[in-house]
Design a binder for this molecule. Structure first.
Ligand SMILES: *[C@@H]1O[C@H](CO)[C@@H](O)[C@H](O)[C@H]1NC(C)=O
Ligand SMILES: *[C@@H]1O[C@H](CO)[C@@H](O)[C@H](O)[C@H]1NC(C)=O
Length: 216
């Protein structure tokens, strides 16, 4: 009887841990300025997903606002980003399995302007990608600092985590209660550029390979 009770307790408490790891209500996250504050261990994130997104990038010379749909596939090592802005419809694939010696990522971009009846403009080169391929352990391997709970307009309550992406760019990553990335903000010191990216309508799960096919 005692043994089975212990088994039950062990079993149910481990179930509890699984449930808490996958989704939480942030009740366990410490309040800033409390005497019991201890920085939480950065969680693994859900990184296999598709989502709608909006992004605003600006500096003294540029203000670029765009929106679209994206696919993040660590299985394929690729991110596909579809976007629409000012008479342009474009689709970009970032291939993280093809990285230059200086760390730039292979990018193929098709854009159609002013209509889809136009011949596509095709760009293909290594670039500094605005759309990182997040790994499950991106927060852990980058030694993320917990930067508190906050709210995002489209998602509600989120936890926030700060990292130095590639040891060069300060990025704040936002997670919903299921540890799915729902956006990230960064400041790029080189050109003094601020970039805000928000995801919504997020579907976590494997991305079909079909998504990454290019015209032959
Ligand atoms: C790697 O990326 C470069 C730049 O986009 C491209 O020219 C090259 O064809 C790619 N190589 C492979 C094997 O995909
Ligand atoms: C903005 O444009 C000016 C003039 O072309 C240039 O000198 C300056 O470096 C640019 N600044 C940024 C942050 O790109």
């Amino acid at each position: 009887m005692l043994a089975s009770l212990i088994t039950f307790l062990l079993f149910s408490s481990s179930n509890l841990v699984v449930a808490k790891d996958s989704c939480n209500s942030f009740a366990d996250y410490p309040a800033e300025f409390s005497s019991s504050f201890q920085q939480p261990v950065p969680p693994n994130v859900n990184n296999e997903y598709q989502a709608s997104w909006v992004q605003h990038k600006w500096n003294t010379n540029v203000s670029h606002i765009t929106a679209g749909f994206l696919y993040n596939s660590p299985a394929a090592g690729k991110v596909r980003v579809d976007e629409a802005y000012e008479m342009t419809i474009a689709s970009a694939i970032f291939d993280y399995t093809n990285v230059s010696s200086d760390g730039l990522v292979s990018n193929i971009l098709y854009s159609y302007s002013p209509t889809i009846a136009s011949k596509p403009t095709i760009f293909s080169d290594y670039v500094n990608s605005n759309f990182p391929l997040f790994t499950k352990d991106v927060l852990k391997v980058n030694g993320a600092v917990y930067t508190g709970l906050t709210t995002r307009d489209k998602i509600g309550k989120v936890s926030s985590w700060s990292i130095m992406y590639q040891n060069a760019i300060p990025v704040t990553v936002f997670l919903d209660g299921c540890n799915t990335i729902v956006g990230y903000d960064y400041f790029s010191p080189g050109l003094r550029t601020r970039v805000v990216t928000e995801y919504f309508n997020i579907q976590v799960g494997p991305v079909s390979d079909e998504v990454f096919k290019l015209p032959s």
